[in-house]
Design a protein around this ligand. Sequence first.
Ligand code: 5AD
Ligand code: SF4
Length: 473
Amino acid sequence: MTDRSDASSGDKTPHNGQMAPSKKVFVKTYGCQMNVYDSERMVGLLKPLGYAPSDVPDDADLVILNTCHIREKAAEKVYSDLGRIKKHKTKKPDMKVAVAGCVAQAEGAEITARAPVVDMVFGPQAYHKLPEMIARAARDSGEVLETDFTVEEKFDRLAEREVDGYSAFVTVQEGCDKFCTFCVVPYTRGAEVSRSVDAVTAEVRSLASRGLREVTLLGQNVNAWHSPAPAGHIAGHTEGSTFGLGELVRHIAQIDGIDRIRFTTSHPRDMDDGLIAAFGEEEKLMPYLHLPVQAGSDKILKAMNRGHTAETYIRQIEKVRAARPDIAISGDMIVGFPGETAEDFEMTMEIVREVNYASCFSFKYSRRPGTPGATMPLQVPEDEKSDRLARLQALLEEQKQAFNAAQLGRVLPVLFEKEGRNKGQLIGRSPYLQAVHAVATPDMLGQIVPVEIIGCAPNSLEGALAGLKEKTS
Ligand code: 5AD
Ligand code: SF4
């Protein structure tokens, strides 16, 4: 659920050319950070039209389900949520219901056929047309369908979003041309597109002027990002040359007020030396890298069309660690891809042992219609996948806990982002993206403070400000 704008002002006077909020929009976000970002932008886009965000769908004028298609369960969840929304719509017939995101892109008209409660279906490339679609849905009876890919600058046509807190995502790249044989993203999000240096810089500057301290550059294949160097750029570049993600990070790092930079998700194929070097050279780039390998067997990596081997991946991790020895490595793993034997799975366990992840997501292979993997022979039985996943997750959990425990006694700079559950407590993030809670005063919100790590829970660390070392929980 995304609800980040200020719905509580109660001010009915139109100002700045915006309509006072008179309507409610409920947005539910499924899946990845890209969707969270898109939802924020949709809420920002609807605000001038008089829509205030609502936490509940019950009496909303507009309900948007921003969907994820990456695994089968995520798509099925959308249909069961639509069943619940139908009941609300029966009580409030003028409610408009939109299905956005990757399920919309993939299933198109099938959605309205299966769930007639839906008025609008639009893919990730069509968000900026939301006001137009709402007007059309209100005017016409019959559903609106908008799932054609348009590579016109969706990024730049979207309104500036509402943000709160001190850390924000900034989309710099969309889409994917890699066509891993298990994945729907190239079909739902389209080809790789990069946003210009100037557009990214302008957005980051604007966030800095609103007091944000940290940005995470976002893209399905973020390290495939590239764009012409900005006009007048000389240091190390001739004008007209191309910037890669490493240069973008260094460029953004010059913006005052922004002290932490992260990026996600990277692909091993696009991990160039300039970007790796930035981990050692650019202080503002945080020591955390999400670099999925997916599997440890070269046979399976080939069948997945990953374009790298276990060996080349390990060499990259070594290079990254040489540049920044304390870096936290994170990843994604799939077990039970078609053809994966017990021996292949052992190679996945082996690569995990070799990398030693600080955190890692892991999934059972899920057959996505339309992808090459779905029709491959030698599909792995479900119970076998479950057994492998359980073994893998036990190992990953052990590694995560060891990484967290290794922070005990260290003093880490923590960016405090919000109040904690217990009174007098703030919660923030370590450079390695771990949640850290500590007794601290509210004026420390938005500040980066040295915190000694004194405790370690399964999903967070406990810290104490210098000189304040009592336990709080
Ligand atoms: N089955 C299981 N996991 C998948 N992922 C993507 N597609 C599938 C699928 N069909 C996982 C990959 C990817 C992450 C975002 O989701 O590990 O990196
Ligand atoms: Fe999907 Fe592979 Fe592209 Fe990642 S790189 S989005 S897994 S096709």
